[in-house]
Unconditional design. Structure first.
Length: 83
């Protein structure tokens, strides 16, 4: 259950998302950095995490994606330098 900013950050990182990605999925304001700032403020404890955000993030962790939302591409695996 998402109860703290640390939990929110862990959930976001587990999905491989940036704060901006999570803000977009949660339908926070996207006209500027406001949505990203809201996510970061929740992660550091300057803004409370609402119950709807908790429910939405938990659903996202379970694989739900909002209509029209595509997950960011997974990072490419690091090339091995062994020879």
């Amino acid at each position: 259950m998402i109860e703290t900013g640390a939990h929110l950050r862990q959930a976001r990182e587990a999905m491989g998302w940036t704060p901006a990605d999570l803000a977009r999925a949660l339908r926070f304001s996207s006209a500027d950095k406001h949505g990203e700032s809201r996510v970061l403020e929740m992660e550091v404890g300057r803004r409370p995490i609402s119950a709807p955000v908790t429910v939405a993030v938990e659903a996202l962790l379970r694989g739900f994606l909002p209509v029209g939302f595509e997950t960011p591409p997974a990072p490419a695996p690091a090339a091995s330098s062994r020879r």
